[in-house]
Design a protein around this ligand. Structure first.
Ligand SMILES: [Zn+2]
Length: 454
C-alpha cells in the first residue's frame, strides 16, 4: 500500500518539474505531491500500528480468552458503552475538539464509524503537522494558493483519491480524509465568491503587471466589475504588446516622454491631439470603453507631467510662439484628420488660418508692443513660420498658396505645387520644360520664390 504513496511523490515530483518548466498550471501535480506525502505518512503509521498490534498480540492473552469471559459480562445488566463514549471518557478534550470540527452528533455513530473518523482525524492532523481543531484551517490555507475557480478540479482529484484511501485503510468512504476535504472545499466554494474574482485570479498569475496596473490607474480593482477589469487589462496589454513594453510601468513613461518630445516640436495642443488620436484609434481597435482605455489614463499622466513642469518659464518669444501656434491649432480642432484640400484647395480651414495670421500681422497693439521690445521682426517671422508649419501639415500646401487664395479668391492661382486644372500635387517640375501634371497631363509655368502679399 505504501508504494502507492511513493509513486505519487515520484510521479507528482516529476510532473511538477515538467509542468513548472513548461509554464502549465501546476495545480494537479502539486496536489498529487501533497497527497502522496500524506499517503506515505499514513502508510507508515499503519505499518507501525500493525507492528504494535502484532507485538501486543504475542504478549497479551489471545482474544479468544476474552470471548470466553464475555458471557459473564453479558449477564450483567450494565449497558455496554459505545466506542465514542469510551473515547470521550478517556480523552474528554479531544472528543470535544472532534465534535466541534466535524459538527456531527458522534454519539449516534456506529462504533466502526466513530473509530474510523477519530483515527482519520488523527492521521489527517498529523500529516498536516497541526492539532485536530486546526486541521480545517490548515488544509484550507494550503489549498488557498490555488484560485477558487479550480475547486471543481480539486474535488474531482480528491474523489479519485478517495478510493485509494478506502483501500489503504479499509475504511468506509464517509470516514476518509478525502470526504472531509471535499466537504471543506465545497464550503470554501460557497463562502468565498470574492476570491473567485477575475482580478484575483489574474493578479495571482501576473503579479508584476497587476502591481503596475494598480499604480498606473490608482483604482481599486477588487471593487470593479469583471467587465471593467477585463477591459482595462485588455487595453494595457495591447499597448504594451504594440510598443514591446515588457514592464507595464514603462507605458506611462512612454506616453509622457512622447508627449514631451511632441510638444517641443508641435506645441502642447497638437502634441496632446496627436497622442489622443493614436490612443483613441488603438482603443477602437481593442474595443474597450473610454473609462477603461489607456487614453483615459494617458490624459491624467500628461496633466500630471504638465503641472510638474509648469514652472518652467518661457522667454517672451517662445511664449508668443506657443500662444500663436495654439490659436492656429484650436482653429483646426477636430478637423485635424480631414484631408482639407481634397476638393479643390481653397479650403475653409486654410481660409480661417489666413484670417488668424492676418489678424496678428495687422494687430496694431501687438505690433506696437513688440516694437517696443525690439521684437516685431522676430514676431513676424514666428507668425509666418508657424502658419506655414500648420498649412503644410494639415492643408498639404505651402503658405504662399494659401495667401494667394486668400488675397485673390477669384483669380486662379498658379503655383509650382499643384496642377491649376485638376488640383493634383502629383506633378513633374522640370527646370527646362516647366511643370507637367502626372494626373491630367496639363503643362504650365509658375513663378519661383515667395510672394507673401503680407
Ligand atoms: Zn492636373
Amino acid at each position: 500500500m505504501k508504494t502507492f504513496g511513493w509513486i505519487c511523490i515520484v510521479l507528482g515530483g516529476l510532473s511538477f518539474i515538467g509542468a513548472a518548466s513548461a509554464g502549465h498550471s501546476v495545480f494537479g501535480p502539486v496536489f498529487w505531491l501533497a497527497l502522496g506525502i500524506a499517503l506515505v505518512y499514513f502508510g507508515n503509521q499503519k505499518e507501525e500500528e500493525k507492528k504494535k498490534n502484532e507485538a501486543a498480540s504475542t504478549l497479551k492473552p489471545k482474544p479468544a480468552s476474552i470471548i470466553v469471559n464475555k458471557p459473564v459480562q453479558a449477564t450483567e445488566p450494565i449497558k455496554q458503552k459505545t466506542y465514542w463514549e469510551d473515547f470521550t471518557n478517556s480523552n474528554p478534550s479531544k472528543a470535544r475538539e472532534i465534535k466541534e470540527l466535524l459538527r456531527i452528533d458522534m454519539s449516534k455513530l456506529s462504533n466502526r464509524d466513530a473509530r474510523e473518523k477519530i483515527q482519520m482525524l488523527e492521521r489527517f492532523s498529523k500529516s498536516l503537522g497541526c492539532s485536530i481543531p486546526q486541521t480545517k484551517a490548515t488544509y484550507l490555507k494550503e489549498m488557498e494558493q490555488y484560485p477558487a475557480r479550480l475547486i471543481p478540479q480539486m474535488i474531482e482529484t480528491t474523489k479519485r483519491e478517495m478510493a485509494n484511501e478506502v483501500n489503504m485503510f479499509h475504511i468506509l468512504e464517509g470516514n476518509t480524509c478525502s470526504t472531509l476535504m471535499i466537504e471543506w472545499l465545497k464550503e470554501r466554494q460557497q463562502n468565498a465568491p470574492k476570491d473567485e474574482s477575475y482580478w484575483q485570479v489574474w493578479k495571482n498569475e501576473n503579479p508584476e503587471k497587476a502591481k503596475a496596473l494598480e499604480a498606473l490607474t490608482d483604482r481599486d480593482f477588487d471593487e470593479m466589475t469583471t467587465m471593467d477589469v477585463k477591459q482595462t487589462i485588455k487595453a494595457f496589454s495591447s499597448i504594451a504588446e504594440k510598443h514591446n513594453l515588457e514592464d507595464w510601468m514603462d507605458i506611462k513613461d512612454y506616453y509622457v516622454a512622447s508627449y514631451a518630445s511632441f510638444s517641443e516640436n508641435l506645441g502642447e495642443e497638437e502634441a496632446m491631439r496627436a497622442i489622443s488620436s493614436i490612443l483613441l484609434e488603438e482603443n477602437n481597435r481593442v474595443n474597450v470603453s473610454m473609462f477603461n482605455s489607456v487614453y483615459n489614463y494617458a490624459k491624467q499622466w500628461i496633466q500630471e507631467y504638465k503641472e510638474n513642469n509648469a514652472d518652467r518659464s518661457l522667454n517672451p518669444e517662445d511664449k508668443f510662439r506657443k500662444e500663436y501656434r495654439e490659436k492656429l491649432l484650436n482653429k483646426i480642432g477636430n478637423n485635424a484628420n480631414i484631408p482639407l484640400f481634397c476638393i479643390g484647395y481653397d479650403s475653409p480651414i486654410a481660409h480661417e488660418l489666413m484670417y488668424i495670421m492676418y489678424q496678428h500681422l495687422r494687430n496694431g497693439e501687438l505690433k506696437a508692443e513688440a516694437e517696443k521690445q525690439g521684437l516685431w521682426n522676430t514676431y513676424m517671422q514666428i507668425i509666418v513660420d508657424e502658419t506655414e508649419k500648420v498649412t503644410k501639415k494639415y492643408c498639404h500646401v505651402p503658405l504662399q498658396e494659401c495667401i494667394e487664395y486668400y488675397n485673390f479668391p477669384d483669380k486662379p492661382v498658379v503655383t509650382r505645387y499643384r496642377c491649376p486644372s485638376c488640383g493634383s500635387t502629383n506633378i513633374m517640375d522640370d527646370p527646362d520644360y516647366g511643370l507637367e501634371c502626372n494626373e491630367c497631363g496639363r503643362t504650365w509655368n509658375a513663378p519661383y520664390g515667395k510672394r507673401l502679399y503680407l
